[in-house]
Design a protein around this ligand. Structure first.
Ligand code: FES
Ligand code: FES
Length: 184
């Protein structure tokens, strides 16, 4: 007679160890302009809380060591890698993710230029590239290619070979300057 293998189950009962329940932290932030709160594990990285607690999948987890830039967000006005921030230190802060970057339905000049110039393919690096570009153009209206390459240095793209990204940022700079000066 043959017997059907059964899936082992965790024994439960009086006196047996129980699986510890992870602690809960109420993370309240202003997220993409809206007050939001989520119950998360206090040991989480901010990028994990954004993805798992708030359901925002724009920030990606590439390396979790601060090397690739895929998790980039704006935190209280600073462009940061959210894998290097703990949820508890982000409490009460103002966070913008790539989902909140556009002005309503209108893409920013940087976002539009990335679309027009094929500045991304899979999009995994897009958060980091866009925030780095926005940050650069806020400081430098007419950056050289060297300054553009320097600004995106902390972001890794495995798809485009970077040239299209540099061209997109250069084009966005022109669009922003024209918007400011009326094309004069
Ligand atoms: S996942 Fe944060 S820098 Fe790579
Ligand atoms: S577009 Fe794929 S990693 Fe940059």
């Amino acid at each position: 007679m043959t017997t059907t293998p059964t899936t082992p189950t965790t024994p439960v009962g009086p006196g047996l160890p129980t699986t510890p329940t992870p602690p809960i932290f109420e993370l309240a932030v202003v997220l993409n302009g809206e007050p939001r709160a989520a119950s998360v594990d206090p040991r989480m990285l901010l990028v994990e809380a954004l993805r798992e607690g708030f359901g925002l999948t724009g920030p990606k987890i590439g390396c979790a060591t601060g090397d690739c830039g895929a998790c980039t967000v704006r935190l209280d006005g600073r462009v940061v890698k959210s894998c290097l921030e703990l949820v508890q230190s982000a409490a009460g802060s103002e966070i913008t993710t790539i989902e909140g970057m556009a002005e309503g339905d209108r893409l920013t000049p940087v976002q539009q230029a990335f679309c027009d110039r094929y500045g991304f393919q899979c999009g995994f690096c897009l958060s980091g590239m866009l925030f780095a570009a926005e940050d650069l153009l806020a400081r430098t209206a007419d950056p050289s290619d060297e300054e553009i390459r320097d600004a995106i240095r902390g972001n890794l793209c495995r798809c485009t070979g970077y040239q299209n990204i540099v061209e997109a940022i250069r084009e966005a700079a022109v669009t922003r300057r024209c918007a400011t000066t009326g094309g004069v």
